[in-house]
Design a protein around this ligand. Structure first.
Ligand code: SIN
Length: 313
């Protein structure tokens, strides 16, 4: 889809599915049904904007795969390299948006804005939030000075390290926890609050291996009564890294810890996060497992996966 007014900058919309492309009632809908051209057509304010749209995938994001991440990263990199493209919008399911956003942040850390958006209600709902979120995402992608991987949801702009789905059904489902949003979008105006996100990009070469051969990295939760059976089984199944979702400030049950230390002794890298939502693990007491810091366990898994890929590249 292309609509050149010669005024506004060119934005590319890459669609991957999710509730924003869902159809049905508020709970019993099916995600990933509506094509990207229909999504754009549902937003009259986008009619005169120079846009291109591409369907990269069409999935419920609970089923997101490493193979789709690999394809998406390649398409984002392709469009970012085009001088005429000012920014990219990615439509995605809300359930794993934060993992895909963190993945692209670490692999590409783009100088142009790459803006994720999503919806908590399908396009067929009376409460449909997708059209406004899509309009806000395009506004942000075209905003002069904006850069990096961002998420525009419900009037807030979140960074890739802090964004997380905090509520399962509310329209205002996303939070940046203690860090707070990077910017607000109000009445079509972007109001930056803190610096745009950036990091040292690992580059596309890091993820060039076939996705089916990427190292296995698993998340294990520490809880009352836990033991080391799951960790021992994962190591036996070929896990190459482990994230421990600890209690409180990243503490780990003594019975689980014994198995994790066996895994470490066998050469597996480990990161220790917290079950507490929206907050970082603080400090690193002597002898503690390496901390995931500000990363949620799901993002720490992505980080460990990328570190393993990068050391093999
Ligand atoms: C999904 O993550 O694809 C379904 C849920 C949603 O987008 O809200």
């Amino acid at each position: 889809m292309q609509n050149k007014s010669g005024q506004a900058p060119l934005i590319v919309i890459l669609a991957t599915g999710g509730t924003i492309a869902g159809s049905g009632d508020d709970v019993g809908y099916v995600a990933g049904q509506v094509g990207v051209k229909e999504l754009v057509a549902a937003v009259p304010a986008l009619a005169d904007r120079p846009l291109e749209a591409e369907q990269v995938a069409q999935v419920d994001s609970k089923d997101m795969s490493h193979a789709i991440w690999q394809t998406l990263a390649a398409r984002v990199a392709h469009h970012l390299a085009r001088p005429e493209v000012a920014g990219i919008v990615i439509t995605h399911g809300t359930d794993t948006l934060e993992e895909t956003a963190y993945f692209l942040h670490r692999v590409l850390s783009p100088a142009k804005p790459v803006v994720f958006t999503a919806a908590m209600r399908p396009v067929t709902s009376l409460q449909s939030d997708g059209p406004q979120n899509l309009l806000d995402a395009v506004t942000l992608a075209a905003h002069p000075g904006a850069s990096g991987v961002l998420a525009a949801l419900h009037g807030r702009v979140h960074g890739p390290v802090d964004v997380r789905k905090a509520l399962p059904f509310a329209l205002d489902a996303f939070s940046s926890g203690e860090a707070g949003p990077v910017a607000l979008i109000q009445e079509g105006q972007v109001r930056p609050l803190r610096p745009w996100p950036a990091c040292q990009a690992l580059g596309l070469d890091t993820i060039a291996f076939q996705a089916s051969s990427w190292p296995r990295v698993d998340i294990v939760v520490s809880h009352a009564g836990v033991d080391g059976v799951v960790v021992d089984a994962l190591v036996a199944a070929g896990a190459r890294g482990l994230v421990i979702e600890g209690t409180g400030n990243g503490t780990v049950h003594v019975s689980l810890l014994a198995a994790v230390e066996r895994a470490q002794a066998a050469g597996l890298p480990v990161l220790r996060g917290t079950r507490c939502a929206g907050a970082a693990v603080v400090g690193a007491p002597a002898g503690a497992l390496p901390s995931a810091g500000e990363l949620s366990p799901a993002k720490a898994r992505v980080e460990l996966l990328l570190q393993l890929l990068s050391s093999a590249a």
